[in-house]
Design a protein around this ligand. Structure first.
Ligand code: PRT
Ligand code: ZN
Length: 320
């Protein structure tokens, strides 16, 4: 049975959006919903800034108008983002995979206008996990049969339990889920975990991760043809930013007869540029873009293979 859905769009936000933004733009401007404040806000805004979107926030604080591109940011609660895209109020949005999947498992997810993930972003990593009090008799998911489990993610929790043939009573809480067992309102919880410190502070043991999450760039299934080229450009820039975040530019000197060995030690390197060095030293300069993280261990292996003067530089922008 599906969880009863509570319409969760914050009242003030809903009023504001209905009066100002309820109709699809139709003005050729791309509107992107980002979290107003919270764990995803900073990284979402920074991602768009790295994509070259310059904006200033208006007095009302909910909308930031793009200055150099026809792209505006709408600041909302993260839970509202899938619905704002589905309703056409925004074309894109950044939300956690947990929020997206929770919404997808409700009636809203059946709508043909429900958004799809366009890109998986490199922030907001966490997992939705079942946890039980220390010393609890619950040792396995199956032990939850007939018991109470507190969560803010009823659809994901119910879906997981159903896939294991378990029926438990869902206690719906909008926050502070971890205190439910202490208060005696639930036997277990299902909540987001990042470092695990919150669980430990409440003497809870992680029993079973049920969903791995990170931030997603969401988009509606259809976009006005006039906005398609703008969307394509933004997606190419997002790809560039995501690649650059991991990439490093490596420069080193190496014996000319060791080029293939040295190249093999560079993590995620494409064909390197090899340049002769002044004089006939038998050594060359090697320049390469490494698309994976470069650790001290990599540098030590390069040195052992004969490399010297190894420099690792950040890459600021990249366009495939
Ligand atoms: O106001 P709004 O509705 O927009 O914000 P919110 O309070 O619902 O969300 P927010 O800002 O707390 O989180 C936004 C998103 O960040 C979530 O939907 C996840 O996709 C992602 N995220 C990543 C997390 C965490 N890590 C996280 N650790 N969201 C919440 N937590 C909480 C968790 O609920 C628990 O209370 O942090 C605590 C556990 O953290 P650790 O590090 O102690 O394990
Ligand atoms: Zn939220």
């Amino acid at each position: 049975m599906r969880a009863v859905r509570i319409i969760r769009i914050n009242v003030l936000t809903r009023y504001y959006i209905m009066t100002n933004y309820s109709a699809p733009n139709g003005n050729g401007r791309l509107r992107i919903a980002v979290q107003k404040s919270g764990r995803l806000n900073k990284a979402s805004v920074e991602l768009l800034q790295k994509c070259g979107v310059k904006f200033i926030r208006s007095k009302n604080n909910l909308l930031a108008c793009g200055q150099n591109l026809p792209i505006d940011l709408l600041y909302v609660r993260d839970d509202d983002i899938p619905r704002l895209i589905a309703s056409g109020s925004c074309q894109l949005g950044i939300a956690g995979g947990n929020v997206y999947q929770e919404e997808r498992l409700t009636e809203a997810g059946d709508s043909p206008s429900f958004p799809t993930p366009l890109r998986t972003l490199d922030f907001g990593q966490c997992r939705l996990s079942i946890a039980v009090p220390e010393g609890s008799k619950i040792k396995d998911t199956s032990d939850l049969n007939g018991l109470r489990i507190a969560t803010s993610y009823p659809a994901l929790t119910r879906d997981y339990l159903a896939s294991r043939g378990v029926t438990a009573d869902i206690v719906l809480l909008s926050g502070s889920v971890e205190v439910a067992p202490e208060l005696g309102t639930a036997d277990a919880i299902c909540d987001l975990v990042s470092t695990g410190q919150t669980l430990a502070a409440h003497r809870l043991i992680e029993l079973q991760p049920i969903f791995q999450s990170q931030a997603l760039l969401l988009g509606g299934p259809e976009i006005e043809p006039s906005m398609q080229s703008l969307l394509n450009m933004l997606l190419a820039r997002v790809d560039g930013v995501l690649t650059v975040n991991e990439s490093k530019y490596v420069m080193l000197h190496a014996p000319a007869n060791k080029i293939s060995e040295i190249t093999g030690l560079l993590p995620g390197a494409e064909t390197p540029t090899v340049l002769p060095l002044e004089g006939n030293s038998g050594r060359v300069a090697v320049h390469a873009v490494c698309r994976e993280s470069v650790f001290w261990e990599h540098l030590e292996s390069l040195k052992a293979a004969g490399a010297s003067s190894v420099l690792v530089l950040p890459v600021e922008k990249m366009l495939a």
